[in-house]
Design a protein around this ligand. Structure first.
Ligand SMILES: [Ca+2]
Ligand SMILES: [Ca+2]
Length: 300
């Protein structure tokens, strides 16, 4: 090997190292934890607490935004834990990782998901994404927004597990080409939709509860003083598709489960408990054959 060949080999080696390091960084899954709180306004209240109280999981006396800022992988708000793609906080999930809420609390935050995120509460933990935190100045604005907004590329996958979402326009709104699995979640007292699926999104909903969509006291007092628009438990719109399995939908002002997509075969519903919706099903009926071959169900 002459000098030029040797130099070329070194360059090739360095190039491969850079590529390898870059790959590791791009594929890294960033697990972070979120603590609970005292349910005291304002949202993300950073007031110091007695060690170990108010969901202070790591026992450092910090909760809320104070916990977001102390430089470890435990966060006090879901927004900071999820982070932004290429965001400044390298300790967050940076839209690419698992965000686990480890102690119960109320989180009055609009959560925007744009990447490979699993958002979950640990078993036994109640993570209440609530538009309303009594006494919080942001209540009015939050009640005009969805609680969770997913807008992710088609080559990412979002999982929402064991989360409660209440008092928003929609409990969760899934847009564009997002792919989402919703499991063991609760959507209650949202005004327009419990679960709203638009665009070309693909969504599966399992073992979840959607209650009282279109009914809320305060924030407009729906539906007595203001009409929900439309007040449906679950709706698939546009060219979206999905399945609903082992899920309860009750007390919707309008339809319980609604398929408003371009095609009747886009939505499969199997083994659901629906009651006191108006009507229970709209442009969709439960499959007798499961959802493994839903495209053919309409032809049978
Ligand atoms: Ca803490
Ligand atoms: Ca922290």
């Amino acid at each position: 090997m002459n000098f030029l060949q040797f130099r070329g080999s070194i360059r090739l080696f360095l190039g491969m190292m850079i590529l390898a390091l870059g790959t590791v960084s791009a594929l890294a899954n960033h697990p972070v934890l979120v603590e609970g709180n005292c349910n005291n306004p304002p949202a993300g209240n950073p007031a110091s607490v007695a060690l170990g109280t108010c969901g202070d999981y790591d026992g450092d006396g910090r909760i809320g935004t104070a916990e977001d800022m102390d430089g470890d992988r435990v966060f006090g708000t879901i927004t900071a834990a999820v982070g932004t793609i290429g965001g400044a906080n390298l300790m967050s999930a940076n839209q690419n990782g698992t965000v686990t809420i480890v102690t119960s609390g109320t989180f009055p935050e609009v959560i925007t998901i744009a990447g490979n995120i699993t958002l979950q509460a640990a078993p036994g933990v109640v993570a209440d994404l609530d538009a309303v935190l009594q006494g919080d100045p942001g209540n009015g604005v939050r009640q005009t927004q969805p609680g969770i907004i997913v807008n992710a590329p088609a080559d990412r996958y979002v999982v929402i597990r064991n989360i409660t979402s209440k008092n928003w326009t929609s409990g969760i709104q899934i847009n564009s080409v997002s792919r989402v699995a919703i499991e063991s979640c609760k959507f209650e007292n949202n005004v327009n939709y419990g679960v709203e699926v638009t665009g070309n999104a693909r969504v599966t909903i399992a073992k979840s509860e959607i209650h009282a969509t279109g009914f809320r006291q305060g924030g407009g007092n729906f539906p007595t003083a203001n009409q929900p628009m439309p007040g449906k438990g679950i709706e698939f719109d546009d060219n979206s598709s999905g399945t609903v399995f082992l899920t309860t939908v009750t007390g919707s002002f309008a339809a319980g489960i609604s398929n408003q997509t371009n095609k009747s075969k886009n939505v499969c519903v199997n083994l659901v408990n629906v009651f006191d919706n108006s009507p229970n099903f709209q442009r969709v009926s439960p499959s007798k054959n499961g959802c493994d071959n839903s495209e053919n169900d309409d032809d049978k």
